[in-house]
Design a protein around this ligand. Structure first.
Ligand SMILES: [Zn+2]
Length: 460
């Protein structure tokens, strides 16, 4: 096909499932064999080669439960102190009496109120008074009701969620119940952890006092530069400054890394968290370069490549040899497809053998990426729409010419498809020149902390 380069490659629908893929060794987009990950000795280790920048949310969500338990066990500040400090300072006097009761299975709100010493009629009045703010009858098993009595009257508290609390106050004179919804206080503290890798990353970071969530965050931040499955070595060191947030009962809410350093095989990487004037929060190097790249390594998470980029391939459906100008990611139907970079939708719709197809034109105008065979598009997708890096644009399927569910993905430079697995990705946008000074000012204290020797650091 000598005139091939003149054609619009979007007409090239040569695609499908490569045959025999189930027997192939699983390889990541960058060709890392999964058995190299063995030394991480963590349940998720085998995903690492695939994680790249995509690691994020799924894993974090998976570990929030466990991490919460750990952090709770290690909490050094007594929770009751916090709670009392936050519960209406005026209401807590030495004469106050605090009682609490938990909702058991088969229990109901009125029964719990009665265990707190409220009479039957009183309990119903309380539920009624609360109704406009919160339906006490829908309270779930395990939740706690609190009663505080003192000279000015009686108070009842129920934590609706991590951010809000229902407060019922009964005036000592009128005996009327007043309901209000109060903001719960969020407590935060800064911690510093540092250590040397011996054995696994998760083991080493745990010894340094870090919870798994924070370790995952650390991996995510540096995943653009360090392949933790392949490149990490015993003797590598890390230092992490992070902020943990808790609700007023000491339950961990979230943790975010403010600054981190990782020395991998003698090479030092540093990252600083910075909120830009436009509100975006990102991690940058101390001199303001983005830790991220402009493009994710792959548009589908936790998947495997079933067919690579090649200029000659026997087509599984059409039977004759044609080029395969993209990469196929085998994944179950319905798996989310992510835009690998920020840009605008240049095409959305049905395109010949590509089936349901989206073409994104990226910010530098020379690059575009193509996503084919989707089962459906994400809501709101339309031509001209702006998409962010990582945004879900559709779902894996087998529309068009395909023998099984997979995403056919192309990376085009000036309209011409190149191998997405070998193309060099440019860095994401650095700190804007206009806010350079602001960046330097805000990050200087954290950088200073990062530079201090570990022995000089007080544990938070
Ligand atoms: Zn394909």
């Amino acid at each position: 096909m000598p005139n091939r380069s003149k054609k619009d490659f979007s007409d090239d629908f040569s695609d499908g499932f490569s045959d025999g893929f189930p027997d192939k060794p699983l390889a990541s987009p960058d060709g890392v064999k999964k058995n190299k990950a063995a030394r991480l000795s963590f349940p998720s280790a085998r995903w690492y080669p695939l994680l790249g920048a995509l690691a994020g949310f799924m894993l974090i969500l998976l570990f929030i439960g466990g991490a919460g338990q750990d952090a709770r066990a290690r909490m050094s500040i007594p929770h009751e102190e916090w709670l009392q400090a936050d519960l209406h300072p005026s209401a807590i006097t030495p004469a106050s009496r605090i009682r609490s009761e938990r909702l058991h299975s088969g229990d109901n709100a009125v029964a719990v109120l009665q265990r707190l010493g409220f009479g039957n009629v009183e309990s119903h009045r309380m539920v009624l008074a609360a109704n406009a703010s919160y339906q006490l009858k829908s309270v779930r098993v395990g939740q706690v009701f609190k009663r505080v009595d003192n000279a000015t009257g009686t108070d009842f508290y129920y934590n609706m969620d991590a951010r809000e609390r229902l407060h019922l106050h009964q005036d000592a004179g009128t005996h009327d119940w007043q309901a209000s919804v109060e903001k719960r206080k969020i407590f935060s503290r800064q911690r510093i952890a540092s250590g040397t890798i011996t054995g696994s990353l998760f083991g080493s970071s745990e010894r340094a006092g870090m919870d798994q969530r924070t370790t995952m965050n650390l991996v995510n931040i540096f995943s653009w530069d360090i392949d933790f499955a392949r490149d990490m070595r015993s003797g590598d060191t890390f230092k992490v400054i992070y902020e943990e947030r808790f609700d007023d009962e000491g339950k961990p809410l979230e943790s975010s890394i403010l600054a981190a350093r990782f020395v991998n095989q003698g090479k030092q990487y540093q990252a600083i968290r910075y909120q830009q004037i436009n509100g975006d929060v990102n991690y940058f190097t101390p001199d303001g370069k983005s830790m991220r790249k402009a493009y994710l390594k792959a548009p589908v998470k936790f998947t495997r490549i079933s067919s690579r980029f090649t200029l000659r391939r026997k087509h599984p459906i059409l039977g004759y040899t044609r080029a395969h100008r993209g990469v196929d990611y085998a994944a179950p139907r319905g798996t989310p497809v992510h835009a690998i970079g920020e840009g605008y939708i240049a095409f959305k719709g049905w395109k010949h053998g590509y089936g349901r197809f989206i073409l994104i034109r990226h910010n530098n105008r020379q690059h575009s990426t193509a996503y084919a065979h989707m089962s459906r598009f994400a809501r709101g997708m339309k031509r001209g729409k702006h998409v962010r890096q990582g945004q879900v644009i559709g779902y894996v399927g087998m529309s068009g010419l395909a023998t099984g569910p997979h995403l056919h993905f192309e990376f085009r430079v000036r309209g011409r498809a190149v191998n997405p697995l070998t193309v060099k990705h440019p860095p994401a946008r650095p700190v804007a020149k206009a806010e350079r000074d602001r960046f330097m000012q805000q990050t200087a204290p954290l950088l200073g902390l990062l530079k201090q020797s570990s022995s000089a650091v007080n544990w938070g």
